[in-house]
Design a binder for this molecule. Structure first.
Ligand code: 5BU
Length: 464
């Protein structure tokens, strides 16, 4: 494999590390310039870098299904690791192709596969994060990144905030140490660089909503499952408040605990497209889906209008909507057609059973019909609102309202079960919780309790 100090000296000789005064992209004047792109012209050095990175990968003990290099410098490194050590590789395109399959990720993978990211240099971590975001959006699990060189500018912390562990071959302080030791640079230059690094620590880049929106190209069902896994949450907050400003505020308080936020837009006294866009932006930043509990129940043509027109233009902002199957499959056809006008994935939850006392949905034939309809339109129907497990496969998400830890119901027919009962006895994947959280003294704390209890029961009972 060769000694790490030797490799550093070779990198110095090929001018991968330069010392002087360099103007960076950001306009900053830096005493060091690091450019690992040059290694592709030196096959032995390139291989040595890959071998050292593989060593770190082995030592990390992380189990994984594939490796993805961040374009461009890390791509040849990742290729060598994959070819030498027989590991499948993925490539993330910088732009989706605008012909053919429009794929963002090249290579074979399954939803929930674990993928390791390979990068040459980490400064703030933003390229690793960008790559992780698009892989996660496709349903892959990203927990670790292997980098050759860490500039020690807070990248490790930034990555940790996005649930990515950083493993590196070399830190800048180690490189400086080797170079001083071998008389390549003076102590003074080394101190200068250290000071520059200390003074230029980076912060986690704020999420760019526009970029986020563009990368969300995966079907909503996969996105939902990825969000649940990543956030360890199967909690949908039913934000039955009549003021959108208040919902926006609440969404910031509980956003990290929930996988979905459900609203009834027709009870809002201050609805506007501007405000709903704000809520949508928060949902992208804090990674939860928006469900409009519209309970559509009309013929195809009318629901098309209700979905796209009027004051609410629901299709423009709601990832998911609730739908009664009462009118027959024409209702799903109407909604699915309208959703095609939008450049983002959309889906619906079919209401199979209701939580209220004496609901007329308590009818076996009706529920069977709903399930048949869901199976026929499974691209658009991603799950049910239900009170029991309706299918044996995990294709459809079962979302269950009527959940409260210590309440027997309300005066108007609502019936409650606890989170554990909802999952165990009612077959729920997602818990829809409203007043249990809304009426509590500390909504954020209560949401966290429901998240923890709900997900723990979900893991135990569904054995995921
Ligand atoms: P609660 O405060 O947790 O009782 O609110 C439950 C929410 O779920 C509320 O918005 C209802 O409109 C919604 N819901 C329900 O309670 N039961 C059902 O069967 C269906 C929806 Br469908």
């Amino acid at each position: 494999m060769g000694d790490l100090a030797d490799l550093v000296l070779q990198l110095y000789d090929i001018e991968a590390f330069k010392f002087g005064s360099f103007k960076l992209k950001t306009g900053l004047q830096s005493p060091i310039y690091i450019d690992l792109r040059v290694i592709i012209s030196y096959p032995d050095i390139l291989r040595s870098v890959a071998v050292h990175m593989n060593e770190i990968l082995k030592r990390s003990n992380v189990s994984f299904d594939s490796i993805c290099g961040v374009p461009y410098t890390a791509l040849p490194i990742a290729s060598i690791i994959c070819a030498d050590y027989k590991r499948p590789m993925l490539i993330r395109r910088k732009e989706a192709k605008n012909y053919g399959t429009k794929k963002l990720i090249e290579g074979k993978f399954q939803i929930n596969d674990r993928c390791i990211i390979i990068e040459d240099i980490v400064t703030s971590g933003s390229s690793v994060i960008e790559t992780a975001d698009s892989l996660r959006a496709e349903g892959l699990q990203i927990t670790d990144a292997i980098v050759f060189f860490d500039r020690e500018q807070n990248g490790e912390n930034n990555l940790q905030k996005r649930n990515i562990r950083l493993h590196r071959v070399l830190k800048i302080s180690e490189v400086l140490g080797y170079l001083v030791q071998h008389g390549k640079i003076s102590e003074e230059i080394s101190e200068n660089v250290k000071e520059f690094i200390n003074q230029n620590q980076t912060q986690l880049p704020t999420l760019n909503i526009e970029i986020e929106n563009k990368t969300i190209s995966i079907p909503i069902r996969q996105r939902f499952q990825t969000i649940m896994k990543e956030k360890r949450s199967n909690l949908c907050l039913s934000a039955d408040l009549t003021n959108l400003d208040e919902i926006i505020k609440l969404s910031k308080q509980v956003g990290s605990n929930i996988c979905m936020l459900k609203i009834h837009s027709d009870i809002l006294t201050d609805f506007s497209m501007d405000k709903i866009q704000q809520l949508k932006d928060i949902s992208r930043k804090l990674n939860f889906l928006l469900l409009e509990d519209r309970k559509f129940a009309d013929i195809g043509n009318t629901v098309k209008l209700q979905y796209t027109k009027g004051l609410f233009r629901i299709v423009e902002w709601a990832d998911l909507v609730t739908v009664h199957a009462l009118p027959g499959e024409c209702i799903v056809q109407g909604l699915e057609q309208s959703a095609q006008s939008i450049n983002e994935p959309r889906g619906c939850l079919l209401i199979a059973q209701m939580s209220s006392k004496g609901a007329f949905t308590d009818n076996e034939d009706y529920v069977k019909g709903v399930v048949e309809c869901a199976k026929k339109y499974s691209d658009f129907v991603i799950g049910f609102i239900s009170q029991s497990r309706l299918t044996t496969t995990d294709e459809f998400l079962h979302c269950t309202p009527g959940v409260h830890l210590n309440n027997t119901g309300d005066q108007l027919g609502q019936q409650y079960v606890t989170p554990r009962q909802a999952i165990d006895e009612r077959g729920a994947d997602i818990l829809i919780v409203g007043r249990a959280i809304l009426d509590s003294i500390n909504r954020a704390k209560t949401a966290e309790e429901y998240q923890q209890q709900g997900y723990q029961a979900y893991e135990e009972i569904r054995k995921i």
